[in-house]
Write a protein that binds this ligand. Sequence first.
Ligand code: DP6
Length: 375
Amino acid sequence: MIVEDFILKNYNAHIESGSVKWESPSNIALVKYWGKKENQIPENPSISFTLSNCKTITELTYTKKDFSTALKVSSDFSFDVYFEGEKNEAFKPKIQTFFERIEAYVPFLRDYHFKIETSNTFPHSSGIASSASGMSALALCLMSIEQKLREDVTLSAVERSSEKNYFKRKASFLARLGSGSACRSIEGELVVWGQNESTESSDLYGIKFDGEVHPNFKNYQDTILLVDKGEKQVSSTVGHKLMFGHPYAEQRFNQAHDNLAKLKSVLASGDLQTFVKIVESEALTLHAMMMTSMPYFILMKPNTLEIISKLWKYRSENSSNVCFTLDAGANVHVLYPENEKESVLKFIKNELSTFCQNGHFITDFVGKGAQLIKN
Ligand code: DP6
């Protein structure tokens, strides 16, 4: 599908009001997205596990604006945001930017007033990025409204041919414009985003990984160690920009293509040892890009390194396949196969939780993607 396919041309804003609700999970990248072109187009392909427990629940209530009265109703975007039951002004600028970016594709945004009520299953100040789950949940709510407004209009050939795919793909397309990694949260269990030679893919939206997946990777576990719950000193958006003119950018983008190709065969063969190597190398390369950009920065904390070194020791002493990955922050995602669940959790409780803020960690596992709660 191309960008034009996502422009809603025919709709009928006949519905006066209503509300829809979705829950959408976070995801953890195995091959990382770092560096983007204009319009949220990634510089390299990425692949992620969709999570289960870490999610955002968003209800979107829409009320038609009354343009008929003499008093002029503003055609600006009109919305209020409630986070965990409280009115929240801090989220508004990000949503305003999101609406500006997606307006061309969902023009009914100006026809309605929206009440956005959102909450997360994970603690707000946990340092877990909520943009992936938050933006995907909101994008899905907008798609549910779009679906209602199109009910009695003639669909284009593309829309008709793959209605179900169209819904998910456009939801992912919109989510990407809110936050790149959000486009990988619509489906599970593995999602690829960014054009590449190895898998079915697009730069515009995430696609469920089409390759074979060995039982070793079923129900894969992710325990998130909360090392630093504070605000990051450098946002992902700024970090991505620093890949412009970065001395190692080209090599890094090529490496991501290679790693995705390798991971595809590893996922099919169940080769856990190679999985560990690719995933940890991706995490460290991501942070190496940060450390070698100008200005340079470090998001890992001393406890991040303590955890990595303990984990390596545990792995070699126990012939384990546990490994780590990192996002753009200090928290550590500990990844392991389901059959090591008991032993690794014990190790985390006994030896790693002491490096977490207030001993806090979140147990999660691979999930199947977003769920409609109310339509
Ligand atoms: C390190 O998706 O948060 O988590 O598109 O600017 O919103 P924006 O960036 P964002 O970047 C996340 C990068 C990452 C790696 C990944 O998830 O692939």
